[in-house]
Design a protein around this ligand. Sequence first.
Ligand SMILES: Nc1nc2c(ncn2[C@@H]2O[C@H](COP(=O)(O)OP(=O)(O)OP(=O)(O)O)[C@@H](O)[C@H]2O)c(=O)[nH]1
Ligand SMILES: [Mg+2]
Length: 599
Amino acid sequence: MEQNDIRNVAIIAHVDHGKTTLVDQLFKQSGMFRENQEVSERLMDSMDLERERGITITAKNGSYRYGDYWINIIDTPGHADFGGQVERVLRMADGALLLVDAQEGPMPQTYFVLKKALENNLRVVVVINKIDKPAARCDWVIDQVFDLFVKLDAPDEILDFPIVYTSAKNGYSVMDLDEPVVDGGNMEHISRTIVSHIPAPSGDSTAALQMQVGTIDYSPYLGRLGIGKVVNGTMRLNQPIAVARRDGSIQPVRISKIFRFECDEKVAVESAGVGEIVAVAGMDDVTVGVTFTDQENPAPLPLITIDPPTISMNFVPNDSPFAGKEGKYVTSRHIGERLEREILSDVALQYTVLDDAVGYKVSGRGELHLSILIEKMRREGYEFQVTRPQVIFREEDGQRQEPYEALTVDVDEQFQGAVIEKLGKLKGQLLEMNSQNGMVRMVFSIPTRGLLGYRSQFMTDTKGMGMMSYVFDTYRAYAGDIVNRVNGVLVVKEACTAVAFALFNLQERGKLFIEPGEALYQGQIIGECSRSSDLVVNPGKGKKLTNMRASGSDEAVILTPCTRMSLEDCIAYINDDELVEVTPESIRLRKKTVGKTRG
Ligand SMILES: Nc1nc2c(ncn2[C@@H]2O[C@H](COP(=O)(O)OP(=O)(O)OP(=O)(O)O)[C@@H](O)[C@H]2O)c(=O)[nH]1
Ligand SMILES: [Mg+2]
């Protein structure tokens, strides 16, 4: 592969602005798929959890041919919690496509990813996507994007960014909104602009080898693969080289396989030259950030630094009365080993052993970041309990500081009052507000603490129609006490099986999370109390049997459908004296002190 014919491009944007869909189209139109080949939608979202949720969780590499050029694409996640992924893959790129939704305009994560791209001195192509939306407002969006570049002090040559308008979903692009779309159109403008605007990788093919790992992939046959760009020199199969680890040590390794990407697939090659992005096998414990380099003249690349975690949770072994019944891996050692494996590929995650209890304190970039890990572990057979997320405080000049988020909400005008009031109570500060066609966009600065568990409240307050997103902004002075949950909970008095009749009566006391027939233990939480204090209840208490009543009449009771909370909801819901019990089969809420509950 000729160095000059390579382009390495990261696709960056706010969540859902259409990155993965755009990659689909670029691949499809490259002609690299076989005719009749079934290609699934959002091909790069290959993890189960990504497909289920419709979001990208980990950054991924792919590549397509455009004329004589090879365009290496890095698809990145847009959710703020996975911002660490974006930060570390930008090293592989020589330029970025900044996607912006033609209706929504720049959102919090647009700002974050653009900032990171500029810090990496990347050339940027702005892509206004979803121009097919009836509510698209491209001129406004471009003004906003321009302001964003200015706010971030972009140098002149970067301010002069090219703009391509696309409908990734429909597979067409135009350079000018008046340009007609002929025969359904195509994505040609994207590829052409990448080639003309983004530089070929620089680097010296005769220099000592340098390739830094930015992502880890896993192959069932080969084990862990390190993915990165060859910055200098040439990577050859079985050539004795060295690896410079994050701790500064340098050891010999031998690369047993080299893969280049073709669309979303890996193709084995003998060698890789400057600028190529490849996946390599041969080092079982390869981690993000290591540099493969020359044995004689080792030249490690500078470490990748990324923003620190802002939130932590404790992962502790399950000690509920149901412990060990559903999980395969249940001990503290199992949990520890799994966490150790995770941090090898996710550098935004950290963990430490708890000093006052058995278990680990796990820190990450947000509730979703941690809950995705919990969900992955649960599916692999792990059983454990987690505590309420805590923000990570900091001391600076004797002042206690906490993380703040930049929050953007879009709501119908009629809900604006309710949202401002709630966010005010959570110490949110309204910074900007503008309305257009009955919709209001408001920007707040708010302690991360205030947002824990707020999303479901927001959905209720806006009748499910509001949009909110936030991204870590900065550490500032502690904002004072915040009460996240005002309601108490319904706590089980003694072990029992839930009975419809009892639940029917309990419905008056609050909102139930369980159904009849579920086995329950003392101290388990089965619902939200309509008042602010907890209530100890007996959901197993059936109707007094009289000989007049046939058994089975219990089922005749009609219950309001219970509220089933997702793992994220549960995590966002609990208080400090409560836990979420997670097993491959169940997610339960409980009081920490099972067995000490008073009736
Ligand atoms: N109307 C319209 N919808 C689009 C377009 N491009 C993408 N979408 C839709 O937008 C949604 C999100 O698309 P994705 O490609 O998953 O967005 P993403 O940026 O990869 O999202 P994350 O990776 O989770 O940040 C999907 O429902 C797409 O079908 C477009 O051009 N027009
Ligand atoms: Mg995506």
